[in-house]
Each structure stands twice: as structure tokens, then as C-alpha cells.
Ligand binder design. Sequence first.
Ligand SMILES: [Zn+2]
Length: 272
Amino acid sequence: MNPGLREFFATHERIFVLTGAGISTASGIPDYRDESGDWKHRKPMEYRDFVDRPGARRRYWARSYVGWQRFVEAQPNPAHAAVARLEQLGRLSHTVTQNVDGLHQRAGSRKLTELHGSLSSVGCLDCGGVAPRTEMQRRLLALNPMLADLSAEPAPDGDARLEHAVEAELQVPGCDACGGVLKPEVVFFGETIPRTRVEQCFEALDRSDAMLVVGSSLMVYSGFRFARQAHQAGKPVVAINRGRTRADDLLSFKVEQDCAAALNDVLAQLAA
Ligand SMILES: [Zn+2]
């Protein structure tokens, strides 16, 4: 089915995998961008907006409160399972995901870096304390009983589209310990990824023979830079992605197919 991808796995031992939103759409988590790489939805929250503007935080938490339920109910899909299986077979040097949904971990990936963090915890911008997101949900509901009656269309990153006065009226809880501003432990647009996290990924890429992009348009620099680094180091870069990617010029080839189908084809070949 995929002679190119089969050959790629037959000739490269340690593959560095980078995944994006496209691998989680089959789990019911919407993608940010269409096949041309343009925004499908309203642009996501900017870091400075969130930090500087209480109104932006109210809007974020109101929409995010509603979106969270759908998010926690999402299950890993066969593509996540295939990535975990490839790791268990010793074929992956490391998996880096741009997703914040925790689905790779739940599918069994262990050599994993969540580049943009995870929605499952909330951190204090003032004292650095960390609490589980479920606790934040509980506190939001306790302060805002009207949240119990809301529902909205899901959007990426556990966000939800919500047109309601609730965005203006929401009471946002502060840090339990110091009263400071709480933020989900995800990297917002315009925010810097912790340096050590990025360095771990580059070190893993150094130890790899090749790079495989799964379900990402690489429009965000944080992921694109690994494709560029691999290419500069003379390592082949291959993508399984429907539609354009920012790294199209750097790719050895691209598989425009469903992520799970393409990966399961590789697994079938490895089992044969
Ligand atoms: Zn605090």
C-alpha cells in the first residue's frame, strides 16, 4: 500500500516521530487548520492576552470549562496505538507531540515529550504551584453554578465556542496557596517552550536516523524547527499528512493518507 513508507522503515532503525493535531482528529478532537494550513476556527488564545487581561482569562476559562468534558472523554485512536506499538518494537528513538490531549501517553507511548505541555494540570504564574485540572473544574463550577447548564461546540485544545454573557461574568478562582493567576500548563501562542524540553527533543533527534511527521502541517515553528534540523543534518524527513505542510520542500516524500491506515500498514509489514 505504501512502498515508500515501508522502505523508509526497512532502511531506518531509529525514527524520531513528531505528531500534531491530525493524529487526534479521529479521537474527536478538532484540528486547528484546514488542508491549506489556514485557521479553521477563531485564532487560539495568545499568551500576553491571557496574562495581561482578566477579560481574556474569563473568556478562556468559560470556554475551556465547557470544552474540557468532551476532551477528557476522548479516547486514543488506532494511530496513537500504532505509534506506541512502534516504540515497543524498538523502532522509535523518541516521540514528540504538539498535542496537549494526553492521548499518546494513554495509548502507551513512554519515550514521549509533550512539546506544548498538557491540559491535565494547571500552574500558578506567581508561586509556581501546580494542581490537577479536575480541581480547577471543580472550583470553577463551585464559583459559577450556571456553568452546569452550558454546552457548546468543541474546538481545539479543549476549548469550546461559547457565545454567552457567561464569558463576561465568570468568577475565575486564583491560586489556593497565594491567590495568584492560574494558567493551564500548556504553551500558548506567543509563549516560549521551556528550553530544557526543547533540548531533550534535539538530543533525541541527534540519536535518530530519520524523522517521521504524523498529522501535522508544521505551521508552528516549535515543530517545524525539528524538520529543518533533521534536513540540515542530512536525515530524511517523511510526513503522513493530508494537505500542505510548511516543510514540503524538505520532505523526502509525503503520504497523503489516514494516519492510522498508513502506520498500520507499516506494522503489518514489520510483523511479516
Ligand atoms: Zn500561587
